[in-house]
Design a protein around this ligand. Structure first.
Ligand code: NAD
Length: 453
């Protein structure tokens, strides 16, 4: 009997489905299949590979509502977010479908011959996905990997396997050959770890906690295996006195409570210039009280439940600091929590330093530009962040000074599939999305051809 896992709807605590968890032998078999298929997939002409990826994108678009509904049930995401997520998968596939024919090498001038470079696929790419954004994060790995001519084995998180399994079925329906895009459901310690140790997996793309990311990086070192890491975050939302305070305050709940704060880009440190602290906080309180926490399947819901009881307990353990105010949340079944605003004592406080990964934000004042930069950078993480000011010179200065991979000015949006995404410091290694992501799924091969014989 294979081990199984009961998938729970976090809004109701009812069982959605029971899935089988793969063991080591099943993992090895899938890796072997992907390895064999690589031989034929890498030979598919660039134009045909592009066509297949476009067909995959189209079929995802056609199933966006079904995929979104599945994500609402499995992950408690709001329907608005889940539709965006399904569309994001299709958009990422479409974006990288334009790359097989554009995977250019170079011709480099050399004496006595011609020198050319090729971007060759790596082979089997193992992708390990967390539970917070199951669909988009999977596609940020598999779309460029497939476009570059690699085959993929993908492991969704234990809590949230359903959309990944469906995407694999849709890939086959779109015409991708069997064995090119493989989804295997199982534990991180079994399936995920096998991606690290199996010599036929040439690269691991890991998104998840910094703790596990470090283990993956250390494990991959053993085979000098390529690795991309997208890890934790503790990003700042910096509000300067010269910004549009009403606008910044109205947008601040979404910047941290979206997806119930289970977002690596969550702006969970709110830094407010001292001279406008009270003004900002009173507008922010109104916005938090209006942030609607409710049944995620309703179109006007802003925030759903947390993913699990375990996550809820972990987040609530941070509520030992002074609470400024909270929003509201449903009671009864489901892993619900009200958005909560904390006033930590100082920058040493636990909530100010640790990635809480829930609907909790800590607020501190700052004195001037230098103090804001110092406080924002006082963390081992560096993934995201926002800067609110109407002074464009200051915006550029601060954006250049904050040690983070993705910053927004007068906005809290972090992700566009056509711009690079990734972290400084312990938030990760490498970049996903955007024009350069293909490079991390290829090896550069240099070939010299003598012409003097
Ligand atoms: P996690 O590290 O517990 O698990 C992530 C994935 O790794 C899961 O699929 C899990 O099964 C697998 N895994 C666990 N142990 C493993 C092991 N020893 N070997 C191989 N695989 C293993 O993280 P999580 O709780 O699922 O996700 C939350 C974390 O992800 C947060 O820290 C968050 O910041 C981070 N995250 C980062 C980004 C980013 O882009 N930087 C995006 C989303 C989430």
């Amino acid at each position: 009997m294979p081990a199984t896992y009961q998938v729970i709807n976090p809004a109701t605590e009812s069982t959605v489905e029971r899935v089988n968890l793969a063991d080591l032998a099943a993992t090895d078999a899938v890796i072997e299949k992907a390895y064999k298929t690589f031989e034929s997939w890498k030979k598919v002409t660039p134009g045909d590979r592009a066509k297949l990826l476009r067909a995959f994108a189209q079929i995802v678009f056609e199933h966006r509502e079904e995929l979104a509904k599945l994500e609402v049930e499995n992950s408690g995401h709001t329907i608005g977010n889940a539709l965006w997520e399904a569309d994001n998968v299709a958009n990422v596939l479409n974006y990288y479908s334009a790359s097989p024919e554009r995977l250019f090498g170079r011709q480099i001038p050399v004496p006595n011959g011609i020198d050319i470079t090729f971007k060759e696929p790596l082979g089997v790419v193992g992708i390990i996905v967390p539970w917070n954004f199951p669909m988009p994060i999977a596609s940020w790995g598999f779309a460029p990997a497939l476009a570059a001519g690699n085959t993929v084995v993908l492991k969704p998180a234990e809590y949230t396997p359903l959309t990944a399994v469906r995407l694999a079925q849709l890939a086959l329906k779109a015409g991708l050959p069997e064995g090119v895009f493989n989804v295997i459901v199982g534990k991180g310690s079994v399936v995920g770890n096998r991606f690290v140790t199996h010599p036929k997996v040439r690269k691991v793309v890991f998104t998840g906690s910094t703790e596990v990311g470090k283990q993956i990086m250390a494990g991959c070192a053993d085979q000098v295996k390529r690795v991309t890491l997208e890890l934790g975050g503790k990003s700042a939302n910096i509000i300067f006195a010269d910004s549009d305070i009403e606008k910044a305050a109205a947008a601040a709940p979404g910047a941290v409570f979206d997806n119930a704060g289970q977002d690596c880009c969550a702006r969970s440190r709110l830094l407010v210039e001292r001279s406008v602290f009270d003004k900002f906080m009173s507008a922010f309180e109104k916005a938090v009280k209006n942030f609607k926490v409710a049944d995620p399947s309703l179109a006007n819901t802003d925030m759903g439940p947390l993913i699990s009881k375990k996550q809820l307990d972990s987040v609530q353990s941070y509520l030992t600091e002074t609470v400024a105010f909270t929003g509201s949340a449903p009671s009864g079944a489901g892993f619900w929590m009200a958005p909560t605003v904390l006033l930590p004592k100082d920058t040493k406080s636990k909530s100010w330093n640790e990635e809480i990964f829930g609907p909790v934000v800590s607020v501190l004042p700052f004195d001037d530009e230098a103090d804001a930069i110092k406080k924002a950078n006082d963390t081992e993480f560096g993934l995201s962040g926002s800067i609110w000011t109407n002074n464009s010179s200051k915006a550029i200065r601060v954006a250049r000074a904050v040690e983070s991979g993705n910053l927004s000015v007068n906005s809290n949006s972090s992700v566009r599939y056509w711009t690079p995404f990734g972290g400084y410091k312990q938030s990760g290694l490498g970049r996903e999305l955007g024009p350069d992501a293909l490079d991390s799924f290829t090896e550069v091969k240099n070939v010299f051809i003598a012409t003097d014989n």
